[in-house]
Design a protein around this ligand. Structure first.
Ligand code: AMP
Length: 426
């Protein structure tokens, strides 16, 4: 179905054409008509599906069809978990609304930067406000925003907002909105907490599921390289070099880990930059810009910092460590295989992470292919043995191509229960 059949106005179709989109993505095909009609929406969709345009285009259409008063009250409020996502959504809204006349005003507010300039920018009134929940509450407390004319509320990446502890802020914000309004909720995963939130929030929502619930993007090939924890950095360098990866996003579980890995990579002339919560907004923005422009080959990120960042057609994502929560795995690999392109998600899995790997498989409802890289095999580590059993013989350290060491390896094999290639299916 072409975009022209969805009922969007010409200025929006013009912006869509300029963005180079020819056909709506599956979520857009379903969400756009529903939002145009004013329905509430419950959408199971992760980043990379085109969800932003899925809500932004019809909301802009609705705004542009209405007469508005000169004091420009906020009519569309979009909440996102992170600054990066807020900035990105704000950019998309401005881009899609570029030809709408009279021009709509979009502002983005998030924490970690000075509040005063944001207060100044809000003073003249805005039509669309994109905000992270904490900063929005601060602005409300300072009387810098009024939310009593909001017609549509979008909770983008709602699961992530709850993970980050924003539930109270979200509830406070919702209490400030008019009772009668449109609610759109987007989430990659559906936990009990999300279900609770949606029950009180959405009225007869249209339900959209573009990938099966909690299932990783279909275009992402997933593989787990079983390896020794102490060899992960070496293995990563080896993969970057031999596979000639030019643009790879690497996830670590800690800020320190991200810094250490970045240093190691830079030392061997693989240009890397880290983004995490201890980095200033400026440092994060420049690391991301360098990565997008191709000056930075490896972007090392923690989950929170990388949330929602949009890098078109990212070919590789590496889980240097598996995330603590399986849902984060789904979020992480959502960075690759974007907009129908093939992508590959590689997890470096040490023995102690095998239970986490199994959890991930349970969540995505599919097995992940396990492999070993010659010279970096997992059989270099003995599995923890019960005390009554004799310690297994270990392979000689210098013999890198030895794959099995008898009893110990049998045990590892039985634990890891190797499976076939996985491309997840519905
Ligand atoms: P999102 O899931 O909203 O983060 O979007 C993911 C990426 O897909 C962004 O880079 C968008 O610019 C792009 N995109 C959104 N809609 C389309 C479309 N209909 N055709 C091609 N690319 C799109």
């Amino acid at each position: 179905m072409p975009f022209t059949k969805l009922g969007l106005s010409d200025p929006l179709l013009r912006a869509i054409a300029e963005a180079g989109y020819t056909h709506p993505s599956p979520i857009q095909e379903q969400a756009i008509p529903a939002v145009l009609k004013g329905h509430d929406l419950l959408a199971a969709a992760q980043t990379g599906t085109g969800k932003t345009a899925g809500f932004a285009l019809p909301l802009l259409h609705r705004l542009s069809q209405q007469h508005y008063s000169s004091n420009r009250p906020i009519r569309v409020l979009i909440l996102t978990p992170t600054r990066e996502l807020a900035a990105q959504v704000g950019e998309s809204v401005s881009q899609y609304g570029a030809h709408v006349h009279p021009r709509l005003k979009t502002e983005v507010v998030f924490g970690g930067v000075k509040i005063n300039p944001q207060m100044m920018r809000l003073r003249g009134g805005v039509d669309v406000l994109v905000a992270t929940p904490g900063r929005l509450i601060d602005l409300v407390n300072q009387n810098a925003v009024k939310l009593d004319k909001v017609e549509s509320l979008v909770l983008d990446e709602a699961d992530r907002m709850l993970d980050m502890g924003f539930i109270r802020d979200i509830k406070k914000i919702i209490a400030l909105l008019p009772k009668k309004r449109q609610n759109l909720l987007f989430s990659a995963t559906f936990s009990e907490e999300i279900r609770k939130l949606t029950t009180g929030l959405l009225v007869n929502p249209i339900k959209i599921e573009v990938a099966a619930r909690n299932i990783a993007a279909e275009t992402v090939e997933q593989v787990a390289y079983l390896c020794n924890k102490t060899q992960k950095a070496e293995l990563l360098c080896h993969l970057i070099k031999t596979e000639q990866w030019q643009q790879v996003l690497v996830f670590t579980s800690t800020k320190h880990g991200a810094n250490r890995l970045t240093e190691k990579l830079n030392k061997i002339d693989i240009k890397a930059a880290a983004i995490h919560g201890n980095k200033s907004q400026g440092a994060r923005t420049s690391a991301l810009a360098g990565f997008k422009a191709g000056h930075v080959r490896v972007l090392v990120a923690t989950d929170v910092a990388a949330r929602g960042i949009d890098i078109a057609l990212l070919p590789y994502v590496v889980n240097y460590e598996l995330p603590r929560s399986s849902a984060d795995y789904v979020h992480r690999i959502g960075r690759t295989g974007r907009a129908g392109e093939e992508g590959k998600a590689i997890s470096l899995v040490s023995h102690d992470e095998l239970p986490a790997l199994k959890q991930v498989e349970k969540l995505i409802g599919a097995a992940i292919k396990r492999e070993q890289v010659s010279g970096y095999e997992a059989d270099k580590i003995a599995p923890p043995m019960p005390p009554e059993e004799p310690r297994p013989q270990r392979a000689p350290r210098n013999n890198r191509n030895v794959k099995s060491t008898g009893k110990a390896m049998d045990k590892v094999k039985s634990i890891i229960n190797a499976t076939g290639k996985v491309k997840t299916s519905k």
